[in-house]
Design a protein around this ligand. Structure first.
Ligand code: 9PG
Length: 477
């Protein structure tokens, strides 16, 4: 059955005056920001990039004075704000559109199914009200308790060139230096193809099944990256089960994005066989000894397409996550590239921004491709700070600390800004530096970034910043 059509559920008319909009993007990598409503919300020039980093069903408008924000919206004035918030996200996607018109501003709620309970109201204490609504939403979605974890992740230094030897070498060094990591997480690069998670990639020069025993012997938990809802057209999985993939109305596989030098497809999570496969996959990795999973590119499981049993894209997506969790038992789940609100209750932690990078910004991509979801420290800071209220939903993961000075273009001040961000927004604390590159001073920075105290357990933003977060946004990048 086809996705339900977009429904325009309600429109509110507000007085014309200058507003700032607190904007929330749909998934981990989408922009979140505080901007003037009279500005332009940029839209990437390629639909493939919109699909991969935003929400193809409710994309950014690309027009002056028209903004789309997922799940919540706040239109802020000198004296308070109009705040809109969806109080559930178990069956549909809610997107707010604010539009400047001749003598007024209109706000419309767009959803892809019967709307879930929403609030839209004026408040003179916006931060407190957003915190309160956020807490209420997390309660409705049965968000789990925080389980603090400090992780070393292989991505931001080795990328896809990771080998078993380099991974284990870092774990040995961490033990030797008594670095306070709980978990060593292997990222992208071990698998032969997207979808063929159990097939060895020759360049990895190792065996993913035998890693957990060695990591545990060093005193850490073993973690693994998987993109469980996507596969490449060249994979054995796609060749064996082309019918398991999400199709468009013409019966063609939905192209979920373009990465790894190829298009990739999305699994159809409304099919029981697919759910069984996901559960078994998680169970296999759990039996190898992995107790932490970074589940990436999750947005693909919720793309528009033709699904069975009348399931909405959100319902199918949640079924997919539930199936993986059944197989993974009590393992820790970090979501990434994931629809934020739609994942609450099913993940322990969530990436709340685009990838960080050892460089301030790639201005050319923002300017020419109009894409803010590319890796940069600037994007990480701006996006994570604008999602200050989400610590009720899951443990926020602002992405890794970069403590190294070698192979990094960050200035001392930029490195310090990243450290402060982790202290303010972090729940999950992570690093990805090749440990053999760290000088004594870098190691001190790394230790500070991993210094999680019980007092850091969910606190209001006021407590974390010492000032209201709106003050932060007066900084222009
Ligand atoms: C592994 C990486 C890391 C990283 C994730 C995610 O749009 N893109 O092409 C795109 C590629 C990679 C990416 C995000 C977007 O990074 O956030 O931590 O796990 O995958 O491939």
């Amino acid at each position: 059955m086809q996705d339900r059509l977009t429904t325009q559920t309600h429109t509110w008319i507000l007085p014309a005056q200058p507003y700032q909009i607190l904007l929330n993007g749909y998934q981990s990598w989408s922009d979140a920001d505080l901007r003037d409503l009279s500005d332009v919300q940029q839209r990437p020039i390629l639909d493939e990039l919109v699909k991969q980093g935003y929400d193809i069903q409710f994309p950014p408008s690309g027009e002056k004075g028209i903004w789309r924000s997922h799940h919540l919206i706040a239109l802020i004035t000198e004296s308070g704000a109009y705040v809109g918030f969806a109080l559930s996200a178990k069956t549909s996607v809610s997107c707010w559109e604010a539009r400047i018109e001749a003598e007024k501003v209109t706000v419309t709620l767009l959803t892809d199914g019967p709307p879930e309970e929403v609030v839209f109201e004026w408040t003179d204490a916006p931060i407190e009200r957003i915190e309160e609504l956020s807490r209420q939403f997390a309660h409705n979605m049965q968000a789990p308790q925080w389980k603090p974890v400090r992780v070393w992740c292989s991505w931001y230094s080795y990328y896809r060139n990771i080998t078993e030897h380099d991974f284990l070498e870092n774990a040995r060094l961490a033990r030797e230096l008594s670095l306070p990591f709980d978990c060593f997480q292997l990222d992208d690069g071990y698998q032969n193809d997207l979808g063929d998670w159990l097939e060895k990639r020759p360049s990895f020069q190792g065996d993913v099944a035998r890693i957990p025993a060695q990591i545990e012997a060093l005193g850490f938990k073993a973690g693994l990256w998987i993109a469980p809802f996507i596969a490449s057209p060249t994979s054995q999985l796609f060749r064996d089960h082309p019918d398991w993939f999400l199709k468009d109305e013409k019966g063609q596989p939905v192209v979920a994005g373009d990465n790894w030098d190829n298009d990739y497809y999305a699994l159809d999570l409304s099919q029981q066989e697919v759910l069984d496969w996901l559960e078994e996959l998680a169970c296999t990795f759990k039996s190898h000894g992995y107790t932490y999973f970074k589940l990436d590119f999750l947005f693909a499981g919720a793309l528009p397409g033709v699904r069975r049993g009348g399931l909405s894209r959100t319902e199918a997506y949640r079924k997919g996550l539930e199936a993986f969790k059944r197989g993974a038992g009590d393992a820790f789940i970090l979501g990434c590239g994931a629809p934020l609100a739609q994942s609450v209750g099913l993940v322990d932690a969530m990436r709340i921004g685009p990838d960080v990078a050892p460089v301030w910004d790639d201005g050319s991509r923002r300017r020419w491709v109009k894409d803010g979801s590319h890796p940069s420290l600037k994007g990480t800071l701006q996006t994570c700070l604008s999602r200050f209220y989400q610590y009720h939903w899951y443990m926020p993961d602002p992405d890794v600390m970069i403590a190294r000075q070698k192979l990094s273009l960050l200035s001392d001040m930029e490195r310090e800004a990243l450290l402060r961000l982790l202290q303010v927004c972090g729940g999950l604390l992570a690093s990805s530096d090749p440990l053999m590159l760290l000088e004594k001073q870098d190691l001190d920075v790394l230790r500070t970034s991993l210094d999680f105290q019980p007092r850091d357990l969910p606190r209001t933003l006021q407590e974390r910043f010492g000032v209201a977060p709106t003050h932060y946004h007066t900084v222009t990048f």
